[in-house]
Design a protein. Structure first.
Lengths: 214, 216
């Protein structure tokens, strides 16, 4: 793990990169990383995240600045700008049931090719997907998701990069941390090693490549 | 009584002590207002919380304690938080006893459509497909009609949420279940006749000679 400044962290992200971004309606999204991506004008990005928040919040900032070419998310309903760009054909949106989305990311991070889920069988979600029957019940094959970068937001990071999360800001964060080729963590508090007890470390230090200095 | 109030009060009676319950947004959220605290129901918020409490008092909100719409909530004693994989493991894995969801249409066999109107409103399914697929009981809270058109239809014209039939639909006119895969009027709202419900329902409705009145 290396510590890095905010601008250096974002400079590592090339145009056209794929990003896993933590957060649920902006809660648990590394907000200052979003701001810096906008400031540096990274474009043609693919974002994989639960939602696109609201205009001006979290991932909503990237949408508003028209930096995204593709979004894979479960919900875009509270961001009219995402819907507008999707309808006008400027932004490709793949909508995935939330439980399927998080499992596809988990599979990506855990070395699996995908998961079998009953969610979506018999609906438009099953289109072009393989189906497998197990013990008489039908499942969709949902393939794994990974990305070039995981942008993680933690409550605590220690000097080594161990992470823990707070309340509902945990959401996608520990799962995406496993599925990014490069993992960049932003933490509300950076604390000495030992402050987070071993039982309370959620994301182990070796998973984190870069910790943004506060 | 407002239609939403009738619906929420009636659905609240489906809750039992110790249940793990997930409420969707809109009318479903109102159900919590009619559940006595001493019943000790566990409310799940799918962004990663069991033990969701009421909206906090002014000045007591915390930016990382929110519901699935990103709004501040409180947490009750004994609450716990977890990541989204566990949250949907609870949902899909059959650990949620009951979910209450809004609806756009329900067909005569109980299939729900509640996540999109093609070319008009494409918000995404969020957690709805997983909830209908995995919760032990699914209750739909919706008004009986929209702009005069029945929302309980012969066949859904909108994309369905799941092939699994819901267990109960509660509207301001009545309660409908789906025994043997057929929409059946189980209760009528106070002051509503069975004929009024039949007239407001596009799907064929099984109606017994005597249909009890909802107790609110």
């Amino acid at each position: 793990m290396r510590t890095i400044s905010l601008d250096q962290a974002v400079e590592m992200i090339p145009h056209g990169a794929s990003l896993l971004v933590g957060g649920f309606m902006g809660v648990g999204t590394p907000e200052r990383v979003m701001d810096e991506i906008v400031r540096q004008g990274k474009r043609d990005l693919t974002v994989i995240a639960n939602d696109t928040a609201t205009p001006g919040v979290g991932i909503g900032k990237l949408v508003q600045a028209k930096l995204l070419q593709k979004v894979i998310a479960s919900h875009i309903g509270l961001n009219p700008e995402t819907q507008k760009q999707m309808m006008s054909g400027h932004l490709e949106v793949e909508l995935v049931p939330q439980g399927t989305l998080i499992e596809r990311i988990r599979a990506g991070g855990y070395g699996l090719g995908g998961v079998l889920t009953p969610t979506g069988v018999g609906t438009v979600v099953e289109k072009d997907k393989q189906q497998i029957e197990v013990d008489g019940k039908c499942y969709l094959v949902e393939t794994a998701l990974r990305a070039d970068f995981a942008l993680v937001h933690a409550f605590l990071a220690d000097y080594m990069g161990n992470l823990s999360y707070a309340l509902t800001a945990r959401n996608f964060n520990p799962v995406i941390a496993m599925a990014g080729a490069t993992v960049i963590a932003n933490a509300e508090n950076i604390v000495p090693v030992g402050v987070i007890s071993p039982d309370h470390v959620v994301t182990p230090a070796p998973i984190v490549d870069y910790l943004i200095a506060n | 009584m407002e239609p939403q109030t009738i619906i929420a009060r009636r659905i609240a009676q489906e809750l039992r002590p110790g249940m793990l319950v997930n409420l969707g947004i809109g009318i479903p959220t109102l159900v919590a207002n009619y559940v006595p605290a001493e019943m000790n129901v566990f409310f799940q918020s799918e962004n990663g919380l069991i033990g969701t409490g009421p909206i906090p008092e002014e000045g007591m909100a915390h930016p990382t304690l929110t519901d699935a719409g990103g709004r501040p909530v409180s947490a009750l004693p004994g609450a716990c938080t977890f990541d989204s994989a566990m949250s949907f493991g609870l949902i899909r894995g059959g650990h949620v006893d009951l979910t209450v969801l809004g609806g756009l249409q329900v067909d005569g066999t109980g299939r729900l459509a509640n996540w999109m109107i093609p070319n008009k409103m494409v918000p995404g399914m969020g957690g709805a497909m997983d909830l209908v697929c995995g919760a032990k009981r699914v209750v739909v809270a919706m008004q009986h009609t929209a702009r005069g058109a029945s929302k309980i239809v012969k066949t859904c014209s909108l994309p369905i949420t799941s092939t699994r039939a819901v267990d109960l639909v509660v509207t301001e006119l009545g309660v409908i279940g789906f025994p043997d895969g057929r929409a059946t009027l189980l209760e009528v709202a106070p002051g509503v006749s069975t004929d009024q419900v039949i007239d407001a329902t596009e799907a064929p409705l099984v109606v017994a000679d005597h249909v009890p009145e909802m107790l609110l």
